[in-house]
Design a protein around this ligand. Structure first.
Ligand code: G6P
Length: 749
C-alpha cells in the first residue's frame, strides 16, 4: 500500500473511532438529560394539579372534573390526562389518552401501593410515550390516581439529529484529512525525495556537480546533509581518480591524498602518525546558545588537516574552545572532522595560568617576536618560562600515553610552542622517530642570542632526529646559531648536527596547501567572478568594481597597516580609481589577550576608518574591513571574486594565504602581490614581489596589477599553479615522513 493511502486509512480509522465513541456518549447524556427534564416537568405538573382534582373527585362531581380537564388540554394540547378513583376505576380523561390500556392500570396499582409518583416509558399505539402515574391524596389517604402522558418521539428525533450531525462532521473531517495528508506528503516527502533522487541520478551519470539545494521541509534535512557529504566524497574520489589517470597518462608524479596515504602506509608499515601542535584543528565554541565547531585561522591547521585526513592517526593539541570539554570523551578524545571522521583529536587541558604563561607569555610574547624580525621587542619572564617547561612536559605525557604500545612511533611536532618536547620524548622513548617542524622564521645568531634560555631551547630541539624549516635560509640561521652557542659537530654538507653521538638532520620543507584544494574547487560549480562580485556587492550594500583582498590573522607581522597605507597612497597617486577599486580585508582577531595584539585591532580599524573618511562616497568605500573569524567558504568567495590578493607580511615563515589564493583560482585569473619577506616569495616568482615597508612600491604594485594585460595575468597564475601542483602539501608531508622514517636512529640524545 502506498504511504499516502496508509496514512489516510490510519488517520480516518482513528478519526471515525474517536467520533463514534464521543457521539455515543453525547447521545447517552442527551437522552438522560431530556428524560430527567420530562419526569421533572410531569411531577411538577401533577403536584400543581393535585389540589384542583382531589376536590371534584371526592365530591364525585364528574362535570367539574371534565371542565378542569378541558381547560387543561387547551393549555397543554400535547399532554394526555386521565383520572382514576382509589379502586383504579376510570373517572375522567382527555381525548388523547386511552384509559383502558393495561399498562396504565399496572402503574396505578404500583403507584398506589408505593404511595409515590412513577415515571415510565411505554409504546402505546406505536408511539413512544412517557407515563407519569401520581397518587392523589387527602389526609394521607390515597383517594385516586392522576395519569399524565407525554409523546416522547421528540427525544428520539433529537438523538437521531445528534448522530446525523456528528456523521456529517466526520465526513467533513475525513475530507480535510485526505486533502491535508496528500498535500503534506507531496510537499514535504514525495517532492523532496524525488528532488534528491533526481539529483543523485544526475550525479551518478556525471551530469550534475553542484551541491544540492536543501529540499524544503526539515524532515529530510539530516538525509540531505548525509547525501551531500556522500556526493562530495564521490566527487572527490572521481576527481582524484581522474587526476591519477591523467598523471599516469602523462607519467607525471604529482602528490595526491591517495598517493600520500599509500606512501605513508609503506613507510610506516601501517603505523599511526602522531602530530602535536598547540592549536587544534577543530574547536568547539559556544555561540548564541548553541555549540559550534570552527576551524581556527592560521597556516598550521590549513596545512596539516589534509595530511591527517589522508594518513589518519592521532593529533594532540590544546583544547582551547569553551565547549571543547563537552564534545570530547573522558580522555579528551574525539573523532574529526566531525562530518566525516578520519583521525583522532586528543585535547590536552591547560589551566588559565599555564595558558597565560606558556602560550600568551613565552610562546607569543617571547619566541614569536624573537623569530620574526619586525622590530618588536620580545619579553622574557621567568614565570612564563617555567610554565612553558611545564606545559611541554604535559604534552609529552599525553603523547607517551598514546604511543605506549607502539614500536618506533613516528612523531611530528609542530612549531615554536614545543621546543623542549623532542628532548622530553626522546629521553623516555629513544626508539621514537621525532621530527619538529618550525613553521616560523629562524633568526640569525645575534637576534636569537638575546633569549635567556637559548641553550635549553637549542638542546630541546637537538634531541629531535629531524628539524624542519620552511626555507634553506632558516636552516642556515639555525646551524649558525648552534655553532655559536653549543658545542657540537656540524656537517655543512649533510646539514646535520652531531652531539653526544646523536645526529639531528636539518632540512627545509617548504609547506604548502592542498592542490586542488579540498574546499570549493570544482570547475562546474565555480560561479563566475562577476556573479560572485555582484553577490558580495549586495551583501555589503556597497559598490565593488575592481576588488582586492587580504586575509590575515590580525598580527603585527602581517603588515596590515602598511598594506592600508599602500592602498591610501594608491588612491592619492591614481585618483581615477576612486569608486573603481575597493580593498576588502578579512581579518580574524588573534591572541587578543596580549596587549600588542589588542592594540593592533584598534589601530587597524582606525587606519581603515581614516582612509575611508578621506575618500569614501555614498555607495563606495576604499577599504572594507571585515573583522571576524571567517570560514573557508566565505574566504574562498572573496579569493575568487578578487582581481588581486595582497600579502604584505613584514616577516613570515611561508604564508599560506598566498598559496590558498593561487589554489582557489580555477579561472586562472587574479594577481598576487607578495611581500619579499615571506617564505612563499622564494617559490612564487610570478607574483608581484614587493617590499611592504616601501609604501610607494605597494601603491604602484596595485596599479600595475590592475592594469596587467589578461594574457600576462593568466600566464603568471598558471605558472604559480604549476608550482603549487607539484609542491602541494601532500608532497610536503611525504618528504617529511620519508626523511624521518629513513633516518638511522641513534640511542643517545
Ligand atoms: C602561525 C603559527 C601557528 C599558529 C598560527 C595561528 O601560523 O606558526 O603555530 O597556530 O599562527 O596562531 P594561534 O596563536 O592562533 O595558534
Amino acid at each position: 500500500m502506498k504511504i499516502t493511502l496508509r496514512l489516510i486509512v490510519s488517520l480516518l480509522f482513528v478519526a471515525a473511532l474517536v467520533a463514534t465513541i464521543f457521539s455515543y456518549y453525547q447521545v447517552q447524556n442527551e437522552e438522560e438529560r431530556l428524560t430527567t427534564e420530562l419526569t421533572l416537568r410531569a411531577s411538577t405538573l401533577a403536584e400543581s394539579m393535585e389540589g384542583s382534582v382531589t376536590e371534584p373527585l371526592l365530591s364525585k362531581s364528574p362535570e367539574r372534573l371534565k371542565k378542569f380537564i378541558e381547560r387543561f388540554v387547551k393549555r397543554n394540547p400535547f399532554v394526555g390526562i386521565a383520572i382514576y378513583d382509589s379502586q383504579g376505576v376510570f373517572v375522567e380523561r382527555s381525548p388523547n389518552i386511552d384509559s383502558s390500556k393495561q399498562e396504565i392500570i399496572k402503574y396505578i396499582m404500583e403507584s398506589t401501593t408505593r404511595n409515590e409518583g412513577i415515571s415510565s416509558f411505554e409504546t402505546i399505539n406505536g408511539i413512544k410515550t412517557h407515563i407519569y402515574t401520581f397518587p392523589l391524596r387527602r389526609d394521607q389517604q390515597v383517594i385516586g390516581s392522576l395519569i399524565l402522558t407525554h409523546n416522547v418521539s421528540y427525544i428520539e428525533a433529537r438523538l437521531k439529529e445528534i448522530w446525523r450531525y456528528n456523521f456529517v462532521r466526520l465526513l467533513t473531517l475525513s475530507f480535510l484529512i485526505i486533502l491535508t495528508t496528500i498535500l503534506v506528503v507531496r510537499w514535504s516527502l514525495i517532492g523532496p525525495i524525488a528532488q534528491i533522487a533526481d539529483w543523485l541520478k544526475g550525479l551518478r551519470l556525471g551530469k550534475i556537480r553542484q551541491p544540492i539545494n536543501l529540499p524544503r521541509g526539515d524532515v529530510l534535512g539530516p538525509l540531505a546533509k548525509e547525501v551531500t557529504l556522500l556526493a562530495k566524497n564521490l566527487a572527490l574520489a572521481r576527481a582524484s581518480a581522474e587526476t591519477e589517470a591523467q598523471l599516469r597518462a602523462r607519467a607525471e608524479s604529482i602528490w595526491t591524498p591517495e598517493r600520500l596515504k599509500e606512501h605513508v602506509r609503506q613507510e610506516l608499515g601501517g603505523k599511526n602518525l602522531y602530530v602535536i601542535s598547540n592549536r587544534e584543528p577543530y574547536m568547539h565554541i559556544r555561540s548564541g546558545g548553541k555549540i559550534e565547531c570552527i576551524v581556527p585561522a592560521g597556516g598550521l591547521v590549513t596545512a596539516l588537516d589534509p595530511i591527517m585526513r589522508a594518513c589518519s592517526g592521532v593529533w594532540i593539541a590544546h583544547g582551547s574552545g569553551d565547549a571543547d570539554v563537552e564534545m570530547a570523551d573522558k580522555n579528551g578524545k574525539l573523532d574529526v572532522p566531525p562530518d566525516e571522521p578520519r583521525y583522532s583529536l586528543k585535547r590536552v587541558w591547560l589551566t588559565k595560568d599555564e595558558e597565560e604563561g606558556y602560550y600568551y607569555g613565552f610562546s607569543n610574547e617571547g619566541i614569536w617576536p624573537l623569530c620574526h624580525i619586525t622590530h618588536h621587542r620580545p619579553i622574557f619572564r621567568l614565570e612564563d618560562w617555567v610554565h612553558y617547561q611545564k606545559v611541554n612536559e604535559k604534552f609529552a605525557e599525553a603523547l607517551l600515553e598514546e604511543i605506549e604500545q607502539e614500536q618506533e612511533p613516528l612523531i611530528l611536532i609542530q612549531d615554536y610552542h614545543f621546543a623542549l618536547l623532542p628532548f622530553l620524548i626522546k629521553s623516555k622513548r629513544p626508539d621514537a622517530r621525532v621530527a619538529i617542524f618550525w613553521h616560523i622564521p629562524w633568526p640569525n645568531p645575534e637576534s636569537f642570542g638575546i633569549c635567556p634560555w637559548k641553550r635549553e631551547i637549542l638542546l630541546g630541539l637537538l634531541a629531535a632526529d629531524l628539524v624542519g624549516f620552511q626555507i634553506q635560509y632558516h636552516c642556515n640561521n639555525f646551524l649558525d646559531t648552534i655553532d655559536r652557542f653549543l658545542e657540537s659537530k656540524i656537517n655543512w654538507e649533510q646539514f646535520s648536527i652531531e652531539r653526544n653521538e646523536h645526529v639531528t638532520l636539518v632540512k627545509p620543507f617548504p609547506i604548502s596547501v592542498a592542490f586542488p584544494p579540498i574546499f570549493g574547487y570544482d570547475d562546474q560549480t565555480a560561479i563566475v567572478k562577476d556573479t560572485l562580485k555582484l553577490n558580495l556587492e549586495k551583501e555589503l550594500g556597497l559598490s565593488l568594481k575592481s576588488l582586492g583582498v587580504g586575509v590575515d590573522r590580525i598580527d603585527y607581522t602581517k603588515g596590515i597597516i602598511e598594506r592600508f597605507k599602500g592602498v591610501e597612497r594608491f588612491f592619492e597617486k591614481y585618483p581615477e580609481y576612486i569608486e573603481n577599486f575597493s580593498f576588502v580585508e578579512l581579518g580574524a582577531p588573534s591572541r587578543t589577550h596580549i596587549k600588542r595584539y589588542h592594540d593592533l585591532l584598534a589601530e587597524v580599524e582606525e587606519t581603515a576608518n581614516k582612509i575611508n573618511w578621506r575618500f569614501q562616497t555614498k555607495k563606495w568605500k576604499p577599504i572594507i574591513y571585515l573583522e571576524a573569524h571567517h570560514n573557508h567558504e566565505t574566504i574562498n568567495r572573496y579569493y575568487k571574486a578578487s582581481d588581486i590578493c595582497m600579502v604584505t607580511s613584514l616577516h613570515d615563515g611561508m604564508n599560506l594565504v598566498a598559496k590558498e589564493f593561487v589554489a582557489s583560482r580555477n579561472d586562472e585569473d587574479g594577481v598576487l602581490i607578495l611581500s619579499q619577506f615571506t617564505g612563499a616569495s622564494r617559490e612564487f616568482h610570478d607574483a608581484f614581489i614587493i617590499n611592504p615597508y616601501d609604501i610607494e612600491e605597494v601603491a604602484d604594485s596595485i596599479h600595475s596589477s590592475l592594469t596587467m594585460p589578461p594574457d600576462e595575468r593568466k600566464l603568471r597564475m598558471k605558472r604559480m599553479q604549476g608550482i603549487l601542483k607539484e609542491h602541494n602539501v601532500y608532497r610536503w608531508a611525504a618528504n617529511l615522513v620519508a626523511t624521518l622514517s629513513r633516518i638511522r636512529i641513534g640511542k643517545n640524545i
